[in-house]
Design a protein around this ligand. Structure first.
Ligand code: GLU
Length: 306
């Protein structure tokens, strides 16, 4: 876990530095047009050839989508993972790349993907109602959620951490007694931080992590808690003002959310993930998003075909 965190920290620092240079604070970390100060280009994002002979038999979701666009839910305010550039509306980040590679294997080119911003709280209902066909957005696989949705993957493993002001004395979850901590409704970190053993004075629930970051900057809360992968993006955006504590206290295996009973779709998603892990696209996508520093990508996790 330590090594991986260090790699991501370094990666995001450079990612956001490059982004800030190229397109201001709200730039696009995965944008290939980004150029570093020294004129060198960011690592290239892979291209995903579209599968033209997809067998949709037995998948209610894929059968319904024949000849149509696929709707993929994701986040829009998480630099390096799921980010939407407010001016260009371009989507970028590791989650977005994972979505694109799976969509290509399912027969959808870029013009046949509709990305939909869905907050943590609405993932299960959106998947169950068909509001989204897939969900790729820092979505932890767990048994509770498996009662409502299916999961492909995991495709990445993060860990819960804390974001605090640069001069804060909080060094880990044991220092949260009597403190105000912000997280997001419907997330595993919010649930965990409410456990009595942490003794927080208030667990504030917001709709998105960016709002928690504002609370932290304003001094309304003492810490923001969620996955280290997400927090590092915000720390890099607020360099010198905010820091990630760097003491993870959970495992968050990221899955691709899908309709609970569509086993054929789940198998197809897992096949796609394994193929792109094997052919090097997964690593290239990581290197061009979360890993822009050139720090070694972690070994991709083993897909769990439950
Ligand atoms: N991975 C955690 C979860 O799925 C936190 C991040 C998020 O809210 O998306 O709940």
């Amino acid at each position: 876990m330590k090594l991986r965190n260090t790699a991501i920290a370094a990666a995001l620092t450079l990612t956001l530095a490059v982004t800030a240079t190229a397109c201001g604070k709200s730039g696009n970390p995965g944008d290939q047009s980004d150029k570093a100060d020294d004129g060198t280009s960011s690592p290239e994002l892979p291209k995903y050839p579209v599968n033209t002979s997809v067998d949709v038999e037995g998948s209610s979701v894929l059968e319904k989508l024949k000849g149509k666009k696929i709707t993929i839910g994701t986040k829009a305010d998480q630099p390096g993972l799921g980010f939407e550039n407010p001016s260009t509306k371009k989507r970028s980040g590791f989650d977005v790349e994972i979505a694109r590679m799976i969509a290509a294997d399912l027969g959808f080119d870029e013009d046949h993907i509709t990305f939909k911003t869905v907050p943590s709280e609405a993932r299960e209902t959106q998947l169950a109602s068909g509001g989204v066909d897939l969900y790729v957005g820092t979505y932890t696989i767990n048994d509770e959620r498996k009662k409502q949705v299916g999961f492909g993957g995991p495709y990445y493993v993060a860990g819960q951490d804390l974001l605090v002001k640069a001069d804060s004395s909080i060094k880990g979850p044991d220092d949260l007694k009597g403190k105000k901590v912000c997280s997001v409704t419907g997330s595993t970190p919010l649930q965990r931080i409410k456990e009595p053993k942490y003794g927080v004075a208030e667990a504030k629930a917001q709709q998105g992590y960016q709002l928690c970051v504002q609370d932290l900057v304003n001094g309304t809360v003492d810490a923001v808690t969620t996955d280290d992968s997400i927090l590092k993006g915000y720390a890099a955006e607020n360099k010198g003002a905010l820091k990630v504590v760097g003491s993870t206290f959970s495992e968050e295996p990221y899955g691709v959310g899908l309709k609970k009973d569509d086993k054929v779709l789940r198998e197809a998603v897992n096949n796609a993930l394994e193929a792109h892990m094997k052919n090097g696209d997964w690593k290239k996508a990581y290197d061009a998003t979360l890993g822009l520093s050139g720090a070694a990508a972690p070994t991709p996790p083993a897909v769990d075909r439950y």
